[in-house]
Structure formats: C-alpha cells, structure tokens
Design a protein. Sequence first.
Length: 162
Amino acid sequence: MKKSNILKVYSFDIWFSYSIFAHSVNIFIGKLMYTETELLSATTPFSYFPIVLQLLAALGFVGITMLATHFLGPKRKTEDKLINFESGIEQKGNARQPVAIKYFLTAILFVLFDVEVIFFYPYAVNFRDLGWEGFTAVLMFVGFFLCGFIYIVKKGALKWED
C-alpha cells in the first residue's frame, strides 16, 4: 500500500463587521491560507495575527474617538463650565481636607473579610469531596482570621471616638 503525501491547506476568510443604527455592515478583508503544520504549531507569527489585529482595531477606535471629540467638542471654557457638578448641590468647603485614618482602616478590614468570604466558595462547592481534611483546612483558615479580628478589637481599631 502506497502512502500519498497530501498537504492539507486550511483557508480562513477575514471579515470586519460593525453595525450602525441597526444596519449591519460586513466587509470582506481577505483570505488566510495555512497548511496543517502551520496551523498546529503555536510558535508561528501568524498565530498572533488575530490578537494584533484586534489590538490595532481597539487602539484605532480609541484614537479616532478622542480626536473626534477634541475637534468636534465645545471650544468656549467659561467659569461655570469648569466647576464640578455635584447633583445641583452647592459646594461647601474644600474637598482636599484630610480624612480620618479610621476610615481607611475600616475600609481595609472590610476588604480583608470580604476576600475571606470569597475563599469560602470553593469549599462550599466541593465540601463533600473534601471531607474532613477540607473541613479542618477551613477551620484553620477561619481561626487565623478570628485571631486577627480579636487582635483588632483588643487594639481598639474599630472605636471611632477618641
């Protein structure tokens, strides 16, 4: 039996599609032809072509949009247009006043314990498969955070009054 060396070639059509006001426009850009060995090897530069094309399209859209707003936008800058708009409420005081450090500490504690809850999700999904080893690991995890919380309470980090 004689083997024939048939070279398989794969062809891909490249289309650019967009829609404006519910009208779809499809533009045919060209064809890409790959042999089977080129398609299977991930180290060819052609394998990065779709990523580069998408990156160029995104950067081009951002650049064109920024230029269009610069040239088409209003040119007159008055004092009323340059002030911040806060829901129609008049400004009182300076926004650059220092904020109490207790606020930041409370925010960090919230993020810390919020992330702790996120780590419970894998255990909640697989608690039967993990068995007692998983339960012990979760108890240790909660214990570490509980020790930290007790330390925070003892230091008075959650007391707001001086």
